[in-house]
Write a protein that binds this ligand. Structure first.
Ligand SMILES: [Zn+2]
Length: 119
């Protein structure tokens, strides 16, 4: 039997298309640091402004442990996009899960009505 698509069905369709279109998606955050080197005579030891950097670190959990990797500026720009992708992807998946539950709940209700059952 042909069934008209509900707004929820349409929303799921469009979310599926968006998800299918994603690039890479990674967890974590980026942070910029200035650091001291190991040389006793270097100005960085006493002067905060003489510290080396900026260095960009990509922080994320790997096997449950925090991992910080130094990355180039170019790589950081890429990773920033991939982190945003992941956040978007997670949001979209979450939306699909919520919509699915709602749609299936409605379907279950409808099928119960068809059977004429009352619980
Ligand atoms: Zn130094």
């Amino acid at each position: 039997m042909g069934k008209l698509k509900t707004n929820q069905d349409k929303k799921i369709e469009s979310l599926k298309i968006k998800i299918g279109d994603f690039d890479l998606a990674v967890p974590g955050t980026l942070r910029t640091i200035y650091s001291k080197c190991g040389k006793d005579y270097c100005a960085c030891q006493t002067d905060k402004k003489a510290r080396h950097g900026p260095y960009i670190l990509w922080d994320r959990k790997v096997d449950g442990k925090l991992s910080s990797k130094m990355v180039s500026k170019e790589m950081a720009a890429q990773i920033k996009k991939w982190i945003e992708n992941r956040n978007k992807l997670e949001k979209q998946v979450q939306e699909i899960l919520i919509l699915s539950q709602s749609i299936v709940s409605n379907l279950v209700e409808e099928s119960r009505n068809l059977d004429g059952e009352k619980m």
